[in-house]
Design a protein around this ligand. Structure first.
Ligand code: PLP
Length: 398
């Protein structure tokens, strides 16, 4: 049977596709190293697991209210107060099944067919397709390596049209690790202040994973006028190594949050009850696990950049956060090896997977074909082995 028209407008998630290819090779007994993973390689903290076990024992295993239990909403409010210095109320919070779900609800709640959504490129793979599923049109603003892949005011200005309804900022970014500093956001805000109908979506899922003492800042923190139209999306997946628990949240204008809650009520209902309790423990509990994880990622970033800089032909912007690097490998495009020509990031990713069993995500999935995305959420031993393989495979192309 033929699926609905809207499905033909979207692609399967590229990161999941790479993981599937890597898994197939592993099943054939190959030792695959995956730089494709989009999740921390740490265990969910013990006290978080314990809270979920307790919730099961206490019988907290039934439907909860659609938008999340009050205890979790309060924990989110406290997080936003301490992490952002912003005060909201429960009516401004919706808890969903992951940050991805929070974004999807938000897009459905805010976007109408014909609306345009500005997405700085490179972008997280799911934004354009989620926007399309909501019937709106993504408008990309290419951001170059020379600006650290960050959008500049002129690019934003050029992209704005009477149809613009939303701008999405993801900082620190997946795939580049780029983080907008206060003065950079202020410069963008100056443009946005002349267009007060544009909703600002701040995907802050990596906000705790920042290096070198970088200051955390987003649009909502720049002033009341911007706070009113900023929608904060965040969650516990990356910060607490809780990707499987599926808890994320949306914080923003009460009317839109109510609309998103209505959509959630007619689709998934509440997020998993015990996962909500686990998220309360994560947000309220000891934050030592986060500090530890971030310091490990920071050390790895140092190593990864060193290894990349040692490979002739590769350039790489220094990421300020998250756990990805997005090196430019376009110097190798056009090379011929084993009867094939490497014609772009997808071809290079296939070549790396097939020849040295190294999984990477092609940059074309993020809107930048000159690059590939490497995650360093894996052990030092695997990183060392992976970079040996990358260096030798790229050398063979020279
Ligand atoms: N936003 C970005 C930029 C991400 O990279 C991810 C996950 O990869 C998400 C949102 C969604 O995370 P989750 O749905 O696990 O909370």
């Amino acid at each position: 049977m033929k699926p609905a028209q809207r499905v033909s407008q979207i692609q399967p998630s590229a990161t999941f596709a790479i993981s599937a290819k890597a898994k197939a090779l592993r099943q054939q007994g190959k030792h695959v190293i995956s730089f494709g993973v989009g999740e921390p390689d740490f265990r969910t903290p013990h006290h978080v697991n314990q809270m979920a076990v307790q919730a099961i024992r206490r019988g907290q295993t039934r439907y909860t209210v659609v938008g999340g239990i009050d205890e979790l909403k309060d924990a989110v409010l406290l997080e936003i107060e301490t992490g952002y210095g912003l005060e909201f109320s429960r009516e401004n919070v919706l808890v969903s099944c992951g940050g991805k779900h929070a974004l999807f609800n938000l897009f459905l709640a805010l976007l109408d067919p014909g609306d345009e959504v500005i997405i700085p490129s490179p972008y997280w793979v799911s934004y354009p397709d989620m926007v399309r599923l909501a019937g709106a049109t993504p408008v990309f603003v290419p951001c170059s390596e020379s600006t650290g892949f960050k959008m500049e005011p002129a690019g934003l200005q050029r992209a704005i049209s009477p149809k613009t309804r939303m701008l999405i900022i993801n900082s620190p970014s997946n795939p580049t690790g780029a983080h907008y500093r206060r003065h950079e956001l202020e410069a963008l805000a100056e443009v946005l202040r002349a267009h007060d109908g544009i909703a600002l979506v701040s995907d802050d899922i990596y906000y705790r994973i920042l290096f070198d003492g970088e200051e955390w800042v987003n649009f909502a923190m720049l002033g009341e006028d911007l706070r009113e139209r900023t929608f904060i999306v965040n969650g516990v997946s990356k910060t607490y190594a809780m990707t499987g628990w599926r808890i994320g949240y949306l914080v923003g204008d009460a009317e839109v949050v109510k609309a998103a809650n209505k959509i959630q009520g007619q689709s998934t209902s509440n997020p998993c009850s015990m996962a909500q309790w686990a998220a309360v423990a994560a947000l309220r509990g000891d934050q030592g696990c986060v500090t530890h994880m971030v310091s490990v990622f920071e050390e790895r970033r140092h190593y990864v950049l060193q290894r990349l800089n040692d490979i002739p032909g590769v350039t790489c912007a220094v990421p300020a956060g998250a756990f990805y690097v997005f090196p430019n490998v376009s110097a190798f495009y056009g090379s011929r090896v084993g009867g094939r020509t490497i014609d772009g990031s997808a071809g290079l990713a296939d070549y790396l997977l097939e020849t040295v069993h190294l999984a990477v995500v092609p940059g074309n999935a993020f809107g930048e074909d000159r690059c590939i995305r490497l995650s360093y959420a894996l052990s030092m031993q695997d990183l060392e082995e992976g970079f040996d393989r990358l260096a030798s495979a790229l050398k063979a192309l020279q």
